[in-house]
Design a binder for this molecule. Structure first.
Ligand SMILES: NC(=O)c1ccc[n+]([C@@H]2O[C@H](COP(=O)([O-])OP(=O)(O)OC[C@H]3O[C@@H](n4cnc5c(N)ncnc54)[C@H](OP(=O)(O)O)[C@@H]3O)[C@@H](O)[C@H]2O)c1
Length: 276
């Protein structure tokens, strides 16, 4: 996407990565509409507007999409940011099934439904962008978050596929691939010293968009460890390092197997290895 001159909708932009990007994009002169269940927590900025929506709910997405298009007919960028991350224990049915369904609904069906709400409108814009959000964990699995990893791998392949279908239209498809970033994605994640500081991440993302508006993937330097293990030929070592070498990982797995939130262990592992 071009770095300026857009009207941008960011469902999941009221907090975290979405909010940090919303502020920077608004500072560059873009109009930004952020969405979330708590629109009142949106960053205060004269060019940022907020709408209420729940991306786990198809009707809410349909209503909010129509509302955004009606109020901001110039909207030409959709950044499908909202997502959740949960630990699971797949050794027993009650350790994962409900969580897995919740994650698929949010992280896979949510973006699909958002794209359905916007694709025809975006095709009427001269220059438009659909930005999906995957993760370094789409490319190397963290043991304690199987459905999350799978949901982000699905976002990667969906992005690759949509780019083929939308070739020749005015709509480009870009995939944001974050490493571990200090946000409230999991409890305490924002304080994890081994995850990337949010401001540094958002600054680097904006610089990458500005440097290459047509990039298929937006990858900060830190995510390369996870993103390119297979291409480098060290995938097995990446997976092993991501999951086993960090003492926090073992603690996280132990706690997850007890049905507890692995919290700090999971966060430290993802952060350390994603940043290596
Ligand atoms: N942080 C990381 O380490 C990391 C790494 C890789 C990828 N990612 C991805 O980046 C995206 C943003 O994550 P984040 O770290 O910024 O998370 P975050 O700090 O938890 O923010 C999540 C955002 O999504 C919104 N949201 C959550 N549930 C929602 C729902 N049901 N309906 C509508 N909005 C909802 C939240 O607003 P409300 O609570 O007001 O609804 C908030 O604006 C996610 O897709 C995540 O998977 C993050």
């Amino acid at each position: 996407m071009q770095i300026t001159g857009n009207t941008i909708f960011i469902p999941g932009g009221t907090r975290g990565i979405g909010a940090a990007l919303a502020v920077r994009l608004a500072d560059r002169g873009n109009i930004v509409i952020v969405g979330g269940r708590r629109p009142e927590s949106a960053p205060a900025h004269p060019r940022i507007h907020a709408v209420a929506l729940d991306t786990s709910d198809a009707a809410s997405i349909e209503r909010a999409s129509a509302e955004v298009i009606a109020a901001h007919p110039d909207v030409n960028v959709l950044i499908a940011m909202a997502g959740i991350m949960r630990a699971e224990d797949w050794t027993r049915r009650d350790g994962f099934l409900a969580t897995a369904e919740e994650i698929v609904t949010m992280n896979v069906l949510g973006p699909i439904r958002l794209i359905a709400g916007f694709v025809e409108h975006l095709r009427t814009r001269a220059d438009a962008t659909i930005m999906t959000v995957s993760s370094g964990l789409a490319f190397a699995p963290l043991r304690v978050t199987p459905t999350y990893n799978a949901s982000k791998a699905a976002m990667h392949m969906l992005s690759e596929s949509l780019r083929l279908q939308l070739a020749g239209t005015s709509v480009r498809v870009q995939e944001l691939v974050p490493p571990a970033v200090q946000t409230d994605l999991m409890p305490g994640h924002a304080e994890n010293p081994t995850a990337m500081p949010l401001d540094a991440f958002a600054d680097e993302v904006i610089a990458l968009i500005e440097a290459d508006p047509e990039a298929h993937e937006i990858q900060v330097e830190r995510v390369g460890f996870l993103r390119y293990g297979e291409a480098r030929g060290d995938y097995a070592q990446v997976v092993q390092a991501l999951n086993a070498s960090d003492p926090h990982a073992n603690r996280a797995a132990d706690r997850a197997s007890l049905g507890e939130d692995p919290g700090e262990g999971l966060r430290a592992t993802a952060g350390t290895r994603a940043g290596a």
